[in-house]
Design a protein around this ligand. Structure first.
Ligand SMILES: NC(=O)c1ccc[n+]([C@@H]2O[C@H](COP(=O)([O-])OP(=O)(O)OC[C@H]3O[C@@H](n4cnc5c(N)ncnc54)[C@H](OP(=O)(O)O)[C@@H]3O)[C@@H](O)[C@H]2O)c1
Length: 332
């Protein structure tokens, strides 16, 4: 029996090609659980992999099925803890990077990578949340672990119209924070960001260029998926004892800052890596998402496409042209 998948191959000149291909179970990588995949998504990382950008799929990792999000049901399992029919999701562990991922109708995984879907989250919703939403939740939990509460003052979310940003805005607003959303698409996406719960929309140009290392303090907390000068300016605008969770590099991987926000304002910078987290952390994040993320807002931020649409979507996400989350219904 064959199934469809998006297969990345690399030619002798190093060019990466992405093509919908008929695959068989024999081609799947090793693992003790086989999954009937229903949904995957297009995250920024998937955009990089599909467009052949370096740093995601290792040089010797081709052919590769990308897709860092895998949502589906267990089809066959050598581990009695995971019975056939169980709805599951997988985020991280190199899936879609060094191990075949979710952009195919079947996948084979190590059972220790599986997270059971919490009650109240459907497979389509789990995909809509995906790695971006799960990371946004880890960022919010990271702020809370530093003691941040809504009473401390306003919070800032950068890259707000993107996947991580959209979920972070919705979560923080639901938790009672006054949220400023920074976006490069203020004109087009202000109404959208306000529907998610932002009270203020900031043009990201305000944060994009190099600024003074200490600026007027405005925010008690921030979630930053953008990095580079944006993160430097975010740090410069934090209140005393402010806390920033950094998870991304949409502007760039550099961080041109000084120690001044840290030594003069006691700012805390917390790094968030969703890829290798304990199952306890994952269960906590997914349980919180089931509780703290408004399902109607999740619908509002989600577009659904088919496997054939992935290459075009991959190009768009790297251009910053995707709003919110893109779910891939791999059965389409
Ligand atoms: N640490 C982790 O474990 C982890 C997990 C998931 C994602 N990430 C990273 O988080 C970042 C966001 O991922 P995502 O899936 O949310 O991507 P996304 O949907 O493309 O969102 C990124 C957003 O950043 C903004 N942006 C893009 N280019 C920019 C630039 N040059 N300068 C300033 N802002 C820019 C855009 O928002 P506006 O249009 O609103 O400005 C864009 O929508 C990526 O770097 C990704 O690799 C890390």
């Amino acid at each position: 029996m064959t199934f469809r998948g998006l297969l990345l191959t690399k030619d002798d000149d190093g060019a990466v090609d992405a093509a919908i291909t008929d695959l068989t179970d024999d081609q799947l990588p090793d693992g003790d659980v086989t999954i009937d995949v229903s949904h995957s998504t297009v995250n920024y990382k998937d955009g990089m992999a599909v467009m052949g950008r370096p740093g995601i799929v290792p040089k010797d990792g081709y052919p590769m099925v990308p897709g860092v999000d895998v949502v589906g049901t267990v089809a066959a399992s050598d581990n009695p803890a995971w019975a056939p029919g169980t709805p599951v999701t997988i985020n991280g562990f190199g899936v879609g990077e060094s191990h075949w991922g979710g952009l195919a109708q079947r996948a084979r995984m190590k059972s220790e990578w599986l997270t059971a879907l919490p009650d109240g989250i459907s497979p389509a919703q789990a995909a809509a949340i995906g790695t971006a939403g799960y990371t946004a939740m880890l960022c919010v939990i990271g702020l809370e672990q530093q003691g941040l509460t809504p009473a401390d003052g306003p919070v800032l979310v950068t890259g707000a119209a993107g996947g991580v940003g959209s979920v972070a805005v919705a979560l923080l607003a639901k938790l009672g924070y006054e949220v400023t959303a920074s976006t490069g698409r203020a004109e087009a996406e202000s109404d959208y960001l306000r529907r998610l719960g932002a009270t203020t929309v900031m043009d990201r140009a305000e944060l994009s260029e190099a600024g003074r290392p200490l600026q007027k303090s405005e925010f008690a907390g921030a979630v930053d998926p953008v990095g580079s000068t944006t993160l430097a300016n975010v740090l410069a605008r934090m209140n005393d004892e402010g806390v920033v969770t950094a998870c991304g590099l949409a502007q760039g991987p550099d961080l041109p800052t000084t120690v001044l926000p840290f030594i003069l304002r006691g700012v805390t910078l917390v790094g968030i890596n969703c890829v290798y987290r304990s199952q306890d952390d994952r269960t906590e994040a997914w349980t919180r998402l089931a509780h703290d993320l408004d399902a109607s807002l999740l619908d509002e931020m989600t577009t659904t496409v088919g496997l054939d649409d992935v290459p075009e979507t991959a190009a768009k996400i790297l251009e910053g042209q995707v709003r919110g989350r893109v779910v891939v219904d791999v059965r389409r």
